[in-house]
Write a protein that binds this ligand. Structure first.
Ligand code: ADP
Ligand code: ZN
Length: 724
């Protein structure tokens, strides 16, 4: 019998679920995507089992408003509904905020098979303005909605519409329901080595079993982890089941698409923030219908409504960029494992430098471990050598030590490529006045303004605030007294240009590789030997495979060790091991030079000796001793407000009402290390608890009993990765 009442979770994070009347013409089941009236508006939502989603507003049958409609889309399946509940509860987020990630393409909900997009015709109108010139220049080959083109060109919608009238931009009809081609599992199957074959066999068997099983695929850089999990993907395709591959950065999507196409004959469906609305809509619908066989994406792809998921892969699973820091603060690696649990499918975490959390799951027998001990084929792991910056320092005001300069020279003389790694964007991290000592600070954040010489401006890396490079000091008005302190990648590039004037260099950071298309262009230039020396941030440390890259120089290995973050040593190890892993992936051997002032530090020793095991063992023991994750757990409570006293007052009130719970300690409140961020003052409390404690439940009760003004924001970060 059709129910006459439906509980609906609406896409409004401020609201709990509401009940509606279901009229006879509508047929709904749990998971149905519906349109419901809310005040004068109509808003999308999903029908939920009433007993799993308590409502705080019980309304009598006679006062219920009727549902406005039911979308002609597959219902959100039970495993995804369970995942949404779990995520909301574990990360203390409103269920509607999690649901929003599943219904990520609002436009996908509406019917219609075509979308009108716009693109340049090449015709230049007689009447040109500065705005029109800028628009046409920036639009280039781009195609999209008027709004998307206006955003890309940084002009108003009216400018774009004017260009349409003038014939410089034309409308094109895009079919959004075109099917995606089905990847061919047998298109180009590689011959696997013995170790690869064994690992692939275990994964294929798990895909066949159609049951939950987490794996750690632990193989050194270049061991062929991708080829191995591709075999599991092939098996899922053969069985008609969908695969989701999560990558840590959208910049890695493009090279992945190429590799996938070489193996399977077609590219997979891509999902990331750079998609046009029509692409997003096409992908969403194909994912929901089950027709998108393989989807590759950044963490937001995790909550999409796959119809019959048979395999999840998290590549570079140790990457901290899987941790979402805004809005719902979830860790995509951990949620991926939960999704596999609810869907009943295997989950593969692939990494050359697995996180201690993941290793611990292996040690407990919860995850199966598959190992690939050596590089594929003739390639050898590169030798890692340190350069003691106290013994062989660079000349004053320079950052490349003589041994590194010599190696770079030899490498490019052999027509091989070199990569210099420094995890600092821009020219210099700090600018100060030599005369009065004034330092340029962001007006909105506790952070220095970073000089970006290529863009001729100072920029805050936290809030994006920019200012033109000043000529005179704003404090003492002395001219030409400003000095750049410390290096960023642009400064290293200057030094390289001075030392090797003929070398062709490229700077690779999120400033230069801001779209998948830019990343693809970089890969092509590297492959075709158009670049000799790359200077890059963490963006170049992972995923890439450049066979002719034989030298990696780490400019400052000590940089990541400051800061006192609980994962600092582990992260430094991972980052340097990953960037070292870019060297010597082809037939030619690779070399890695690590510049450090502390060659005897355990992290550096572990890298040089190749003895990762004892380093991990020592790190794991110190975590155990401190009852830090994965042995104990943390949750951060961050209180922020534009007015400092409001933030402080609320934080103190929360601190005073902290419950006394056995096995739980509360530290703070204290001003956060980033005491001001985007114009808001921040205070932090840190909850430290034993593993078995339901810390979420405790925090829910505790914060539920405290009131604060609407101008104050209280955010909870469960299992935090950032301690600022
Ligand atoms: P990882 O992901 O472990 O760093 P990759 O999967 O990128 O390693 O493999 C490194 C390189 O070796 C790639 O160019 C890959 O195509 C190649 N390779 C690995 N295994 C094989 C194989 N069995 N047959 C042919 N090429 C392989
Ligand atoms: Zn700022």
């Amino acid at each position: 019998m059709p129910s006459h009442r439906a509980r609906v979770l609406l896409l409004n994070a401020a609201l709990g679920p509401l009940d509606y009347r279901v009229d006879r013409e509508h047929d709904v089941v749990p998971g149905s995507i519906v349109l419901a009236p809310l005040g004068p508006r109509q808003i999308a939502g999903v029908v939920w089992e009433a007993d799993r989603m308590p409502s705080d507003a019980e309304v009598g049958d006679n006062r219920l408003r009727p549902l406005a409609g039911v979308y002609d889309l597959p219902p959100i399946a039970a495993p995804l509904r369970r995942l949404i509940e779990w995520t909301a509860s574990y990360y203390l987020a409103p269920p509607a905020a999690v649901l929003r990630m599943a219904l990520a393409s609002a436009s996908a909900l509406d019917g219609g098979r075509t979308v009108t997009e716009y693109r340049a015709t090449g015709h230049v109108p007689d009447r040109m303005t500065a705005q029109r010139t800028q628009a046409l220049e920036r639009i280039g080959e781009r195609q999209g909605l008027v709004r998307e083109l206006a955003m890309a060109a940084n002009v108003s919608d009216a400018v774009i519409r004017g260009l349409v009238k003038a014939g410089a931009i034309e409308a094109v009809t895009v079919a959004v329901d075109d099917p995606f081609p089905i990847p061919d599992p047998g298109h180009h199957q590689p011959e696997l080595s013995k170790a690869q074959h064994e690992a692939a066999g275990a994964l294929v068997a798990a895909v066949k079993a159609e049951a939950f099983q987490p794996f750690l695929l632990d193989g050194v850089t270049g061991s062929g982890k991708t080829e191995v999990y591709f075999e599991a993907v092939a098996e899922a395709i053969r069985r008609g089941r969908q695969t989701l591959v999560l990558l840590p950065e959208i910049a890695l999507t493009e090279p992945f698409l190429k590799r996938f196409e070489a193996r399977f004959g077609h590219v997979p469906v891509a999902w990331h923030s750079d998609l046009r609305q029509s692409q997003r809509r096409r992908a969403w619908r194909a994912i929901a219908s089950g027709e998108a066989m393989v989807t590759v994406g950044a963490r937001s792809a995790l909550f999409l409504p796959y119809r019959n998921l048979g395999l999840i892969v998290v590549d570079e699973a140790h990457e901290t960029s899987f941790k979402q820091e805004d809005g719902v603060t979830y860790h995509a690696r951990d949620v991926a494992v939960m999704r596999g649990h609810f869907e009943g499918c295997p989950v593969v975490l692939a990494s050359a430098t697995p996180a201690i959390e993941t290793r611990q799951q292996v040690a407990l027998g919860r995850y199966a471990e598959l190992r690939l001990p050596g590089r594929y084929g003739a390639a050898e792991l590169p030798e890692i050598v340190t350069v003691n910056m106290l013994d062989t320092p660079p000349p004053r005001g320079r950052w490349l030590s003589p041994p590194l300069v010599e190696m770079i020279g030899q490498t490019i003389a052999r027509q091989e490529q070199a990569l210099l790694f420094l995890n600092r964007r821009g020219y210099a991290p700090l600018t100060l006045c030599r005369h009065c000592g004034h330092r340029f600070q962001c007006p909105n954040c506790t952070a220095w303004m970073v000089e970006h010489r290529l863009l001729a401006r100072l920029q805050c890396h936290h809030c994006g605030h920019i200012m033109p490079p000043p000529r005179a000091c704003p404090e003492c008005h002395e001219e030409d007294a400003l000095v750049a302190c410390g290096p960023g990648v642009e400064r290293i590039a200057d030094e390289v240009a001075a030392l090797f004037p003929d070398a062709r260099t490229a700077i690779v950071t999120s400033d230069t590789l801001w779209s998948p298309a830019k990343a693809a262009e970089f890969v092509t230039r590297m492959d075709e030997g158009e670049i000799d020396i790359v200077i890059g941030t963490q963006l170049v440390t992972k995923g890439y495979h450049f066979p002719n890259l034989t030298l990696v120089g780490v400019i400052d290995a000590d940089l990541g060790l400051s800061g006192g973050d609980l994962r600092a040593a582990e992260r430094s190890f991972q980052q340097i091991a990953q960037v070292a892993g870019r060297a010597g992936r082809g037939a030619k051997p690779g070399h890695v030079l690590v510049q450090t002032r502390e060659p005897s530090a355990p992290v550096i020793q572990a890298l040089v000796s190749g003895d990762a095991e004892s380093f991990y063992a020592a790190e794991t023991e110190s975590r155990r001793a401190a009852n830090a994750p994965p042995f104990g757990r943390y949750a951060a409570i961050i209180v922020s407000a534009e007015k400092q006293d409001e933030a402080e007052e609320t934080a103190k009130r929360i601190g005073r009402t902290a419950p006394q719970v056995e096995g739980m300690a509360v530290y703070g409140p204290a001003p956060a290390p980033l005491a001001m961020l985007r114009g808001r003052h921040r205070y932090r409390l840190l909850v430290h608890a034993r593993r078995a404690l339901d810390v979420q439940d405790v925090i829910r009760d505790w914060l539920g009993g405290v009131d604060w003004p609407r101008t104050v924001r209280v955010a909870v970060d469960v299992d935090p990765y950032s301690f600022v």
